[in-house]
Design a protein around this ligand. Structure first.
Ligand SMILES: [Zn+2]
Ligand SMILES: [Zn+2]
Ligand SMILES: [Zn+2]
Ligand SMILES: [Zn+2]
Length: 294
């Protein structure tokens, strides 16, 4: 998932290759054991590998900073990565449904012994990753640890089912678990997709009360009104703000500077990379006309 990115390229590179190798083992193992549950977990890990690979690739890009073609730099490229990831997971999920649903009516017995070995490997690999990351303080590390913990639980579920299958002939358990895991993958895709879409559509970043922000700016002394007020996010972490402020025609240079400082003070809590404040005098016409008044 997109939250797998870390700030050290070396870690990402290692995590990417480990994940990719493990994903390939799972795909081959899933085919050999004829288990849809294993294939579903493989799809999940393919999604993880993809987002790790893309963030590894994009980290090199984002370091390039801005240039004459991309004046905001390459931060928004991570949105593209998240979108590609969602599409891959949706296509993969559809494939799994077309394979697993018919098996509900026509159960095929998977190789339980092989499944147990793959599940133990899955618990060990993901468990080791949780162990390595535990105690991380950053939000990112916490989200990542939680995600890996879910991965471990997914493999524990496969382990339990394969142990049952070893002793009891209930082959329907495999497609049932497969569908469960895939629904869980899709649930996460929807959550990530929503976030990505609101970033693409330049929504106000989560947790910011835009109305009260505007109100506070309008209450600053000498501020007549504001318009063209925009707050958006580049990638969910780096935000940008711009506004036009109308002041009395005799406002002095010092007063304008104070107004700007006060606005920046109001914006203080928000992680802003770009702030643009245009000052307009009452008798001055706004240079940028917009169809909608705001
Ligand atoms: Zn995962
Ligand atoms: Zn505007
Ligand atoms: Zn800027
Ligand atoms: Zn204006």
């Amino acid at each position: 998932m997109s939250h797998h990115h870390d700030h050290t390229t070396g870690n990402i590179k290692t995590a990417f290759f480990l994940n990719l190798i493990f994903t390939l083992i799972e795909i081959v193992g899933g085919i050999l054991t004829n288990s849809m549950a294993i294939i579903s977990d493989a799809l999940h890990d393919l999604g993880d590998s993809l987002s790790l690979g893309l963030s590894w690739f994009l980290q090199k890009y984002s370091k390039k900073g801005h240039n004459n073609a991309f004046t905001f730099g390459y931060k928004r490229f991570s949105l593209l990565a998240a979108l590609i990831n969602s599409v891959v997971l949706i296509v993969g999920s559809i494939f799994i449904f077309t394979e697993a649903i018919p098996r509900l009516f026509n159960p095929v017995s998977p190789n339980a012994g092989g499944m147990i070995m793959l599940a133990i490997l899955g618990v060990l690999v993901n468990g080791a990753a949780v162990f390595k990351l535990r105690g991380g303080e950053s939000m990112n590390a916490k989200v990542m640890t939680w995600h890996l913990l879910e991965d471990v639980l997914g493999w524990v579920a496969v382990l339990i089912v394969s142990i049952i299958l070893l002793f009891k002939e209930i082959p329907i358990l495999d497609p049932l678990l497969s569908i469960g895991i895939t629904l869980y993958i899709l649930y996460n895709v929807v959550i990530n997709f929503k976030k990505t879409m609101s970033l693409f559509l330049e929504a106000v970043p989560e947790g910011i009360d835009f109305a009260s922000l505007k109100k506070k700016i309008e209450q600053i002394q000498l501020v007549h009104s504001i318009h063209h007020t925009h707050l958006w996010s580049l990638d969910g972490e780096h935000h940008a703000f711009s506004t036009h402020v109308v002041v009395p025609k005799n406002t002095t240079r010092d007063e304008v500077c104070t107004i700007k400082e006060q606005i920046k003070g109001i914006l203080g809590d928000i992680h802003l990379d770009h702030v643009t404040i245009e000052v307009e005098y009452e008798d001055e016409e706004c240079s940028v006309l917009e169809l909608t008044h705001h």
